[in-house]
Write a protein that binds this ligand. Sequence first.
Ligand code: IPE
Ligand code: IPE
Ligand code: MG
Length: 242
Amino acid sequence: MDYVLDQKTGLKLPNHLAIILDGNGRWAKAKGRPRSYGHLIGCSNLEKMCNIIGDRGIRYLTVYAFSTENWKRSAEEVGFLMNLFRQYLKRLLRSARKRNMRIRLIGDRTGLPSDIQEIIRILESETASNDSMVFQIALNYGGRDEIERAVTRLAEDARLGKLPEGRITSEIFSSYLDTDGIPDPDLLIRTSGELRISNFLLWQLAYTEFYFTEVPWPAFSEEDLDRAVEAFNGRDRRYGGV
Ligand code: IPE
Ligand code: IPE
Ligand code: MG
C-alpha cells in the first residue's frame, strides 16, 4: 500500500496522524482569559480540524485529550473538562454518522464518569461499521497504564492456556493494547512547544516521525497542518509506514 497523496498539495499524507493537543491554558492566559476558555476554543478547533483532516484523506486520526496524569489538575478544571467531553461526545455522534466516521476511545474508560462511559459505548457501537475514517480519542489515557492493563489481561490468558506455546510476539502483545487493529501512527504532532511525549502511545510511536510546533492547539490551523505534512515529506523513513 502506498501513501495517499494530498489533492491540494500533491504531498504524501500520513496514513495515521496522532496529535498531542497542548497549550489550551497558555493560549487563554496570553489573552487574559481563564484556562477553561482555552479548553472551549481548543474543543471547537478539534471539531474543525477533524473535518479538515478527514476531507484531506487521512485515514486514521488519534488525539490526546486527557491523560491519566491530568486528574492532578484542580477539581474545577477537571470538572470543566469532563463536562466539555460530555457535550463534545454527544455532538460527535451526529457528525460521525454524517461523515461515515468510526469513533474509538482509548484509555481506561472505567475511570471516567458513568454517563460518559455510556456515551462512549453508544458512539463506538453505532459507528463500528463506518469506514471513511477512524477517529480515536485518548481519554484517561496513559501509555504505561495501557501497557499495564494489556500485560494483566495477557497474563490471565496465559494462565488459562489461551495463548500459543512459546514466544509472545509483538503482534500478540499489540493485540492486547487499546489500539488493537489500528496501524501505528506515521506522524505525531505536538502543539505549543513542549518537546516530550507525556506518556502518549509509548509502544505505538516506535517508528513515528515527530513534529513539534510552537503554535498552541486553539490556534492550530489548516496551514499549520500543511507545514507538518510538508516536514513529514522531507523525512527519510527507514522503518514503519505503509
Ligand atoms: C491541553 O492544554 C489540553 C489538556 C491537557 C486537557 P493544556 O491544558 O495542557 O494547556 P497548557 O499546556 O497548560 O497551556
Ligand atoms: C499532555 O499534555 C496530555 C494531553 C494533551 C491530554 P499535558 O499538558 O498534560 O502534559 P505535560 O504535563 O506538559 O507533560
Ligand atoms: Mg499542557
